[in-house]
Design a protein around this ligand. Structure first.
Ligand code: ADP
Length: 595
């Protein structure tokens, strides 16, 4: 530019002088127009150049005095093409040029005074920096560096700038530096937001009680801690990059892969699977997984939310088995009911002809008794007695079976009548005495009270007592004693049957009251019995609102006490008196298996 000015000024001056001289010496006349035109155009050209100088001076705010020789306009144009703010500095960090974007980064009114050509850059802009000292020391350092230096500047107004200082080379010499200022406030804020949301997401994923897996190309590329634990690992790192197939049963691998491929190809949007997986230690567990896809490195990866359902499956299995068992029990009960009813029916059916036979036998005995005693009638009486005893045994068994089925099915009728319990016991013991004597047992009765009236079903009380007496006879030796006593205790009347027989072992005391329980089950046991007598006696006592208790010392004897509540029925409550079975008949039946 300077050369242009000098050249134009000189040219105008020369032509003006030639024209003036030529006119003065008459070489040229005022009308010599070509010379005049040349002179005039030189003056015009000079004027244009001068104008350009004035314009250039006006633009000195954007272009430094020492701007590169390539031309200030071109430099300005280049600098303004950048989106970033640019400052060109000399080696002493004096501002040579700034672009428009940089000026726009600051408030215009402030800018005019703050970034001036020739001023040290720190002085221009340092007042905007949150930490001016660190900025100044970086600025000084960068001016000595021959490579690009970066600085993250925080401004007082909250903005953040990324400043990079690159060396400005003049051949091999560093003639200054170019600063590029990029406003990264929104990027940093977005990054911070992203980081925060990533942390939130990470916390959420880690706190999730369900296992979360991300799989890509057949490998596990991410899992949360719950996922690691589900596979039996102590850390997530143990799982990363493991083949998904390692955790799937061999026969399921191809179907799982096929499903995952369908998800990746968008043929399926979501997939729910239930199957077994193998943990690191080889144990297998039942899981339920919901799978979908997530973007990963420009591709799709499978995201799986997995839950251990072993416990659920286990409880489902237990419930299934429980339901099965309940069904089985119901069927058994149904079958048992049918069997019980059948038993009751058949027992009654058998009892009818048996009773006819017994009746006939009694008639036969009567006829025999009328006959003269001789050897043949003696033999017939003996045979008749054997037939009677065995018929009674059969009857006893049938009675017990009928009682049991009636008790079990809850269809047992109680025929409550007011009775004198002392008299009732006397009747039974009296009728039993001859059987006891026959066995060599000595019976002693002791009635502590002369009379005790209570409501009871006499047949059933007799049955209880007969069972206890027959047991006492069965489990005593010749010469042993049997004591029967009646007394009252609080609101109960008690019948005690005590013997000095073999006694009962401690661990059998409870069991003997169970159905079909016998201490000695061997075929060589000392007595006949079906093991239902005490069960029946206990059930009948409980039906009266009472109980049976046993005390015994093995080898020394036993005592059974029947407790019956003392109460009476009013006349209107008295059930229609059922025909009472005679005590001697009952004793005959009950003692039939003692011989
Ligand atoms: P069973 O009809 O076989 O006698 P019970 O139910 O009446 O059945 O008795 C069950 C078992 O209790 C008997 O087999 C016997 O082992 C035991 N038991 C009952 N009473 C006595 C007793 N007085 N002394 C010793 N053992 C007894």
């Amino acid at each position: 530019m300077r050369k242009k000015i000098i050249f134009a000024t000189a040219l105008a001056y020369i032509f003006s002088v030639i024209y003036v001289c030529a006119t003065a010496y008459g070489i040229s006349h005022a009308g010599d127009w070509p010379l005049a035109i040349l002179a005039a155009s030189s003056v015009c050209f000079m004027i244009i150049i001068m104008k350009e100088i004035v314009t250039a001076s006006a633009e000195r705010g954007l272009c430094g005095m020492n701007a590169p020789q390539a031309g200030c306009g071109m430099l300005k144009a280049i600098l303004n093409t950048s989106d970033d703010g640019i400052i060109v500095l000399d080696n002493d960090r004096h501002v040579l040029a700034v672009n428009r974007q940089l000026l726009e980064m600051w408030d215009k009114s402030e800018t005019i005074g703050c970034i001036e050509n020739g001023i040290e850059v720190e002085k221009s802009i340092v007042k905007y920096f949150a930490d001016p000292d660190s900025f100044i020391s970086w600025s000084i350092g960068s001016s000595h560096s021959s490579c690009t230096e970066r600085y993250k500047a925080e401004l007082l107004d909250g903005r953040i700038f990324d400043i990079s200082a690159s060396p400005l080379m003049n051949g091999t010499q560093k003639s200054g530096s170019v600063w590029k200022l990029t406003d990264i406030t929104s990027r940093i804020k977005a990054e911070e937001e992203l980081q925060k949301s990533e942390e939130r997401y990470r916390t959420l994923v880690e706190l999730c009680p369900d296992a979360i897996f991300v799989g890509s190309k057949g490998k596990i590329i991410f899992c949360n801690m719950a996922g690691a634990r589900l596979l039996g690992a102590d850390s997530q790192e143990e799982i990363y990059q493991r083949e998904i197939g390692d955790f799937v049963h061999l026969d399921k691998r191809s179907s799982i892969k096929k499903n995952f491929d369908s998800l990746i190809r968008n043929e399926l949007r979501q997939l729910t699977v239930e199957h077994r997986i193998i943990q690191l230690d080889g144990k297998s567990i039942e899981i339920e997984a919901v799978c979908s896809t997530v973007p990963h490195m420009g591709e799709k990866a499978v995201l799986a939310l997995v839950r251990d359902v072993s416990d659920k499956k286990h409880s489902e299995e237990l419930k299934r088995r429980f339901d099965e068992n309940i069904q089985l029990v119901n069927e058994t009960l149904k079958y048992d009911k049918i069997r019980t009813e059948y038993f009751a029916n058949i027992s009654h059916e058998i009892k009818t002809p048996l009773n006819v036979m017994l009746g006939t036998l009694q008639l036969f005995e009567l006829i025999l008794n009328e006959q003269e005693d001789n050897e043949s009638t003696g033999r017939m009486k003996r045979y008749a007695s054997i037939m009677k005893q065995n018929s009674f045994r059969l009857l006893r068994m049938l009675n017990n079976l009928i009682y049991i089925t009636e008790i079990d099915s809850g269809f047992i009728d109680m025929n409550y009548q007011n009775h004198d319990l002392v008299q009732l016991v006397r009747d039974i013991t009296g009728a039993s005495a001859k059987f006891m004597e026959r066995k060599g047992a000595q019976l002693e009765t002791c009635m502590e009270i002369p009379y005790i009236e209570l409501a009871c079903d006499s047949d059933k009380v007799k049955r209880i007592l007969l069972n206890l007496l027959s047991n006492a006879v069965k489990f005593t030796e010749k010469g042993d004693k049997i004591y029967v006593s009646v007394y009252s205790e609080d609101d109960f009347a008690c019948i005690s049957v005590k013997d000095t027989g073999i006694g009962i072992q401690e661990d059998m005391k409870e069991l003997i009251f169970e159905r079909f329980r016998q201490v000695d089950k061997s075929f060589t046991r000392r007595c006949e019995g079906s093991g239902i007598g005490l069960y029946l006696a206990k059930s009948l006592a409980e039906m009266h609102g009472g109980a049976i208790e046993v005390t015994s010392k093995y080898g020394e004897g036993s005592e059974f006490v029947v407790k019956l509540p003392i109460w009476q029925v009013g006349d209107d409550e008295t059930a229609v008196a059922a025909e009472e079975t005679s005590s001697s008949y009952m004793v005959g039946v009950e003692f039939s298996d003692i011989y």
